[in-house]
Design a protein around this ligand. Structure first.
Ligand SMILES: [Fe+2]
Length: 462
């Protein structure tokens, strides 16, 4: 008895499909998840897989992609059950060699017929012959039948109907047909996303080089003159199919490698983020009363960057640079950093060094060259009175001008062990007062705007 596995996340569909197939005498196993379906396939031998396309967690296309990569089960016959009409789904599926689809909700006789056809189908390639002349159709069928599965239709319209149900490996198309001729049909087929890659060979009795050239230019893969010698025609078709197979393999390989590469790129990105966060935690741990300072400054800086219209990559750079702006504090003695009484001039001098030390630390991260900019210049003042270099105005890098205002906002709006957070009014006044002297006026304006929008004073340490 033929054994069928159905994977569908909708219990009702699952029951219904199983009921129909049970009654037709098949042995049916069902599961609602792609992952358990793949496990079942590896445990029990199945003859056919009915696979829903749209499923949460892992969709049908991904399930099939995995199945095709497990050698013991890679060759299983598959029918997609799809409620979606999306042609790109179908195109993906076609590339994974699943030639059949059933539109949901499926009618019992359509389901049974498709399943039967799938079982009858050999692994030979499927050729679709499109020819209006019965004699010519019969001759072509005879020529190929011994080595291929052959389906014949008598018009371009019929060919398009056929392609709604199945994706052949190749189409042999008569050029001159009444109504929609070969070239028109060809163009219509190419408009179908899931048929775009099917090789099409034209057959014609015409001795006309110009037509031949036109067909090649339109994208036909070959041209066979009728009457043809069966053996030569078969060899040509075989060669083209082999090339196509290699091309598909190459496509899949490229997709697989691209996915692998993307995954490792994402991993590196996650790792970078985690290391930056860990380092920021180390900075904040050094200074007992600025807990969470780095990530808050990073958050405010990101918002400012967004409001001045930076692109996502720049916003992320600014976020990370802000996260690490005080990294140089790691190199400053704890008793100076955490001192609550007023600092001596010498101690101030030591504290100021955190900018230069920070730059030195971050300069070694050559993959993120902008990180060190924030560290070195976030204490510069717009009027030139800051440190370490006394830069002024636009000579101060933009990242640093952003971090500067975010840094001061957080210093005033967060609790310190020697004082509570300042009121929002005072913080606002201070930012406004520093506009154009301590802060870049544009950045200060954005900070003021953010404060004004924050009517509940929620944007601060909690
Ligand atoms: Fe700082």
């Amino acid at each position: 008895m033929e054994r069928i596995l159905i994977i569908d996340d909708e219990p009702m569909n699952l029951k219904l499909t199983k009921f129909i197939l049970d009654n037709a005498g098949y042995e049916v196993v069902t599961t609602e998840s792609g992952i358990s379906g793949i496990e079942l396939l590896q445990e029990i031998p199945f003859d056919l897989l009915l696979l829903d396309i749209e499923m949460p967690e892992m969709d049908g296309l991904e399930v099939l992609r995995r199945v095709r990569n497990i050698p013991e089960i890679a060759k299983i016959k598959v029918i997609f059950l799809t409620a979606s009409n999306s042609k790109s789904d179908l195109s993906d599926a076609a590339r994974l060699h699943a030639a059949r689809f059933i539109q949901k909700p499926c009618l019992p006789d359509v389901l049974l017929r498709t399943v039967r056809e799938a079982f009858e189908e050999t692994t030979a390639s499927l050729l679709l012959i499109v020819d209006d002349e019965p004699m010519s159709r019969a001759l072509t069928r005879n020529a190929f039948e011994s080595q291929f599965r052959v389906e014949c239709v008598a018009s371009g319209r019929d060919a398009l109907n056929f392609l709604e149900q199945a994706v052949p490996d190749m189409i042999l198309m008569d050029l001159y047909m009444p109504g929609m001729d070969g070239l028109d049909t060809f163009r219509e087929i190419r408009k179908l996303e899931h048929c775009r890659h099917i090789p099409i060979i034209f057959t014609t009795a015409a001795e006309d080089n110009e037509t031949e050239l036109e067909l090649f230019r339109a994208g036909a893969v070959d041209f066979i003159r009728k009457p043809f010698i069966a053996e030569i025609a078969r060899e040509r078709v075989k060669r083209i199919l082999e090339l196509k197979r290699l091309q598909n393999f190459l496509h899949e390989e490229v997709d697989r490698r691209t996915a692998q590469y993307m995954e490792s790129a994402r991993k590196v990105q996650r790792l970078t983020k985690q290391i930056i966060f860990a380092l920021a935690g180390a900075i904040d741990a050094k200074d007992a009363y600025t807990n969470g300072h780095s990530s808050r400054v990073a958050g405010y800086s990101r918002e400012i960057a967004r409001r001045i219209g930076k692109d996502p990559q720049e916003i992320e750079d600014i976020y990370y640079a802000a996260m690490l702006h005080d990294v140089g504090k790691i190199g400053i003695p704890r008793e100076i950093i955490s001192k609550t009484s007023s600092l001596t001039e010498e101690e101030f001098e030591v504290i100021r060094e955190h900018t230069v030390k920070g730059e030195k630390i971050l300069r070694t991260i050559s993959e993120l060259p902008r990180l060190s900019i924030g560290a070195r210049w976030h204490h510069e003042r717009y009027d030139g009175g800051g440190y370490p270099d006394g830069l002024s105005g636009r000579d101060i890098p933009e990242i640093a001008r952003i971090i500067c205002v975010a840094d001061c906002y957080d210093a005033m709006s967060s609790n310190r062990c020697y004082r509570a957070a300042l009121s929002q009014r005072i913080v606002r006044d201070e930012i406004a007062r520093g506009r154009g002297t301590q802060f870049d006026p544009d950045m200060a304006d954005i900070m003021l705007q953010m404060i004004d929008e924050d009517t509940g004073y929620r944007m601060r340490e909690h």
